[in-house]
Design a protein around this ligand. Sequence first.
Ligand SMILES: NC(=O)c1ccc[n+]([C@@H]2O[C@H](COP(=O)([O-])OP(=O)(O)OC[C@H]3O[C@@H](n4cnc5c(N)ncnc54)[C@H](O)[C@@H]3O)[C@@H](O)[C@H]2O)c1
Length: 341
Amino acid sequence: MKALVKTESAVGLKLEDVELPTLGSDDILIKVQKTAICGTDLHIWNWDTWASNTIKTPMTIGHEFMGEVHELGANVQNFDVGDRVSAESHITGLNSRNAKAGKLHLDPDTVNIGVDRDGAFAEFIKVPAKNVIKLPDSIPDEIGAILDPFGNAVHATLSFDLVGEDVLVTGAGPIGIMSAAIAKHVGARNVLLTDINDNRLKLAKKVCDVETLNPLKEDLKAKMTEMGLKEGFDVGLEMSGSEQAIDQMMGAMIMGGNISLLGLPSDKIKFDLSKAIFKALNLKAIYGREIFETWYKGMALIDSGLNIENIITHKFHYSDFAEAFDLLNSGKAGKVILDWN
Ligand SMILES: NC(=O)c1ccc[n+]([C@@H]2O[C@H](COP(=O)([O-])OP(=O)(O)OC[C@H]3O[C@@H](n4cnc5c(N)ncnc54)[C@H](O)[C@@H]3O)[C@@H](O)[C@H]2O)c1
C-alpha cells in the first residue's frame, strides 16, 4: 500500500510502498479515505528538535483521519465491514492508576498514532477496536477527519461553564477558531479571538461570529472597554503557546477567572506566576481529549447545529502532499485535507 513515511533524519516525507499492517485479534483494519494535517505532522515534516528527538524512522505519520472498516480482528465485536469510522489517536494502557480509575486521558503509558506507531497517512491503518469510533450520518467525511483536533477544542472549551460568560481565546489556529465557535455556540456572551496573523483572523470570521483582534496592531484594553468588559474575561482559552499571548491573557482575566491552557510553547517560557496567584486564577492544562466523553460531546455539538465546515480551507489528493505541507508552513491555511480515495 502507499504511505507517507518519514524515512530519514531530514525535512520532508516520502511516498513509499509499504506492507499492509498485520491485524491483531483486537484490531480493526481501516481503509483510509480522508486525513487532515495537524501541527504535529508539520513538526515532523520540518524535522524540528521535538520531532528529531521523538520520531523513530521509518514511521508512517498522521493521526487525523476517517475511513471505512475493511477487516475485523477475531475478537472484535460491534463493528461491521463498511462502517464509516474515525479513531481516538491516543492509545492508552490499562495498568496505571489513572487508567484503572477510568481516567484514560491521564494514562502515562499512552502511545500516539503517527508518532509512536505507524499512522494514518496511508491507504490502510490498523487501530485497536477500543479506539475506533463509528461516525453518524450527520458527520460528513471531512469533518470526520478533523474530530481529533476538534476534540482538543471541545475538551479545552467545555472545561468551564461558559453560559453568559466573557471569553478570551488567544491563537486563531484551527483549534483556537473551533474553540471560539464552540464557546459562542454553547452560550458565551462575548468571545474575543486574538492572533498576530490577519489571515487567521479573516478565516475565523468565516467560521464563527466572534470579535477578533490583532495584538500587534490593536490595544486589548481599549477593545475590552469597547466590549463593555469592566473587570476582565471570565474564561481564557490559550490556543497559541505564545509567551506574549499567555502574559496578555493573565493581564486580561477577571479575579478568580478560569483558564484552559492547550497551546504548546516551542521552548521553556517566562510565566508571571504572581499575576496568576494575586488574581486567584484557576489554570487547567489540557492534553488530548477525555476518552470518550469529549467525542460524545463533540458529535453532539455538531448534531445540535454547530457548523465548523469552513475551518477546512484546502483539499489535496495525497500524491500532492508536498504542496499541502508547504501551504500549511506558509500560515495561510486552516485545516488541510488529504484525500486517499
Ligand atoms: N494540548 C494538546 O493536547 C494539544 C493538541 C494539539 C495541539 N496543541 C497545540 O495547540 C495549539 C493550537 O493548535 P493549532 O493547530 O490551532 O496551532 P496553530 O499553530 O495553527 O495556531 C496557533 C496560532 O497562534 C497564533 N499566535 C502566535 N502568537 C500569538 C500571540 N502573541 N497572540 C495570539 N495568537 C498568537 C499563531 O499566529 C497561530 O495562528 C498549538 O500550540 C499546538 O501545538 C496542543
